[in-house]
Design a binder for this molecule. Structure first.
Ligand code: BGC
Length: 246
């Protein structure tokens, strides 16, 4: 059994807990610190270091990041401070925590956890996970294999980034009724379905706790559509999984 510290960096909070990667369970209660604003690399990494210290952690660690992470470098950070773009993850996270931290996109991490332990378990074919939160994150799996950094939250719907219309943040900010917001989610999902024809769509993010409020309002999708099984812990678990080889 590998014990790995999973860290999940989001637009509103940074969460962490030690994870048993064989079972996907948290080994201690997770801790959360509000994301500092402006969410500069220095400020956010201070919070990450505080969480690592709080758990007295010296072992392997993995962290999510809410943007594109490729070849050990942060390439985009649409919902955090732009100072993140270009940051080398090994230097930045290693410097702040003195640990070896594997960093990956937040939705990709949540998707890895859902495919191993949650709603996507044992599912083959094309599976699309979408996290509706501050933004919209996406993770695409083909026969269980992740295609990283798909960034489907930024496809254009009615001349706007999809996440500006259909994220949980957009619902709250616009004070939208469930019906109105579900209509926007429906339009977005139909668009994604037309492009990818997934057999299964998993809806994650904070909103997955309230799935009964909007999933029944969705219409006309061919794909099976289900809420994430791991609710808010998927990012932490997936970050931990990414830090240790299978
Ligand atoms: C970012 C994605 C991220 C998603 C959810 C989007 O704005 O571009 O990389 O996965 O938000 O945090």
């Amino acid at each position: 059994m590998a014990q790995v510290l999973g860290i999940d960096i989001g637009g509103t909070g940074v969460k962490a807990a030690p994870v048993d990667t064989a079972t996907g369970t948290l080994l201690a209660e997770r801790r959360k610190i509000a994301t500092p604003h402006p969410a500069t690399p220095e400020a956010v990494l201070d919070v990450v270091a505080e969480l690592v210290k709080g758990f007295d952690w010296t072992g392997p660690a993995g962290s999510t990041f809410p943007g594109v992470v490729a070849n050990g470098q942060i390439l985009t950070a649409p919902n955090l401070d732009p100072g993140w773009v270009g940051v080398q993850t090994a230097d930045a996270f290693g410097g702040a925590t003195k640990l070896n931290v594997t960093v990956l996109n937040d939705a990709d991490a949540a998707g890895l956890a859902e495919m191993r332990f949650g709603a996507g378990k044992d599912r083959n074919g094309t599976v699309l996970m979408l996290t509706l939160g501050t933004g919209i994150g996406s993770a695409l799996f083909i026969d269980g294999v992740l295609v990283p950094n798909t960034e489907f939250g930024h496809v254009e719907i009615r001349g706007k980034d999809a996440e500006k219309r259909a994220s949980e943040h957009a619902r709250e900010e616009g004070d939208l009724s469930w019906g109105k917001w579900a209509g926007r989610v429906d339009e977005y999902l139909e668009h994604m379905e037309a492009l990818l024809s997934p057999a299964l769509i998993i809806i994650g993010g904070g909103i997955s706790k309230k799935s009964e409020k909007f999933l029944p309002l969705l219409t006309g999708l061919r794909a099976e559509i289900v809420p994430a099984g791991m609710l808010n812990d998927a990012g932490i678990v997936g970050a931990a999984m990414a830090a240790v080889p299978d």
